[in-house]
Structure formats: C-alpha cells, structure tokens
Design a protein around this ligand. Sequence first.
Ligand SMILES: [Zn+2]
Length: 345
Amino acid sequence: MIQTVTGPAERGSLGRVLAHEHLLIDLSVFAPPPEDKSIPYREKLSLSNLRYVRKDPYLILDNAIMDETDTAIEEMKLFRAAGGGTVVDATLDTIGRDPLALRRISEESGVKIVMGCGFYVAASHPAYVRERTERELAEEILRDLTEGVRGTGIRAGVIGEIGTSAVVTPEEWKCVAAAGIAQRESGKGIHIHTSLYERNGIAVADKLLAMGVPPQKICIDHIDVDIREDYIKQLLDKGIYVEFDNFGKEYYISKREGNALNGRFAYDLERAQTVARLLDAGYGKQILLCNDICLKNMLCRYGGFGYAHILQNIRPMLGDCGVSDAQIEAMLTSNCADFLDDGGV
Ligand SMILES: [Zn+2]
C-alpha cells in the first residue's frame, strides 16, 4: 500500500512517479545575504534578475521560497497533462511542510501526492531534536505515518528526506537511527539527503542496513551533482536505490568565484549518459529519476522546465543515450512503486 495525502493507493494506480520533489518549500536558511551588495538579493524573482540565480540559485532570497499553493496547482496540472501521475513531496516541517495545502493541490490537480516526514539537516532541526532520544524521534515519525501530521489526519507516506550534512552531526545520526526504527515498524521507504560533494551515503546506508532496514527501502539522494561512478556503484552494490534528482538544475561557477557549488555541477546530458551506463551494467531496478524542485526558477511560471521536465525533455535525451522506452517507464513506475510500497494492505 502507498499512503497519499488523500488516502491509501494501490501501487498500480500511481502512474508515473517523481520520487522526490517539493511543491512548497522554504530554503531561506541556505540563502544568506551575499557580500556583494550590488546583487539584488531582496528583489522578487523576475526576468530582469534571473541571470543571478542561473549562476547561483541562492543569490536572490525569493528564489529559495516556494509558497504559492495556486502556482503549485497549476504546475501539477502541467505535470498531469504531460502524463504524470504521482509526486513525492519530501518537504519537512522546518522547511515549510503543509499537509492541508498538499491535499488541496492533489485534489485540484488530480495528481497523487505522497508526503514526507522526519528531520532534515541539522541547520534546520527544531531545538527538541537535541534532547530527545532516537526512540522518541521515531515515535514522532511513526505518528505522522499512522495518525497524520499535527492533528490534520493527513498521513505521510515516505520517511525523509532525512538530512545529513557534509560532516554528519551527532543529531543527524540520531535522526537517521530514528528513521531506521520507524522504517522497521512501518515498512515505508527512507529518503536520505546527502551533502553534494561527500560520500556519506555509504556510512548512512551501512547504518540503516545494520539496523535491519531492507536495502530496497533505502534511497541515497543527490548523487548526480559531482558524478563519481565508483561511489554510485558502491552504493548500488549494497542493493539500495540511488536517485538522480537534479535534472533541470544546470549551473557553472568557477572555483575561483567560489560558492556552495564547489566548481562542479553536472549537466543533464551527463546525468543521462551515466544512467545509460548504469542500466547497461545491470542496475536498472535501483535507479530513481526526478528533479528535486526546490527553487522558484525551476517552476514553469518562473522560467523553468517544471515537473514535466523528465517526461518532456529527459525521456528523449535518455533515448538518444540508448535507453529504451521500457527502461525509462520502469524507472518512473515500478522502481518508485517498489520503493514506496510498504507491503501491507
Ligand atoms: Zn529534496
């Protein structure tokens, strides 16, 4: 069974799934005012300042905040019109999770939505994470999965994205353990957010596996920014999922200019070529494809490709790289359904 914000769904009813997106999110914690005061940091995002965020997404504060429910409904209608069926919203409480808005977006667009739960990176943790035990944090996750979020009765259907920073903090390890406990008792999949330039997915996956979490319920996210195929294969050889979730994000900033992107941010064509090689190597059942939309300029309304990017633009790109239609369909349907399905009724 897969839990959506409008109720339980059978795996066959999901259609094509984006396994990790955000419909509403506030990432202003990552967008401090830049030192260069000539940058229009406090302007609303518009065509006249788009060039700034195409180099560095956080130079304009407004780009880090997606808070328009009506816009999300229109974007979901475009996804549905392109042949999409379901979106996983991995937003957590401290970065803008809104169960009632997600339900409205789902009802008005016809797209099924699976909501996340748990704790994102330490920089965004609520203060109580430090004091509570693994078990207490797991109870909160389980409550979201079984009773619903904050008295709304709207249940989460996936655990995560659980945050891990470049150096995984003690509190983040505690939240990973809490997610593992909740997984064992709920059967749900776990999304692990990893820092873009590290290899922390290995240690985090090993911890969850040691707790008895089935490999097919673990997904390591964001492995497609600084693509290191040896690292990706190390993860895949554990039997877990890896997620190519930055389709639609293309930046280049030199190391000399310096920012959080570290001089490297892979392009969509490199992602597609890597996926094709991994499929040839036999890893097809363990790959998820999505956009992790978390910035305003990725929305169609603000000049981006929107949530239909995989279906409209990446599907033919993968085809040009030698990936068959059947392989693409499987990554968007059965792979996601296998990850989300808790095996219950
Ligand atoms: Zn995300």
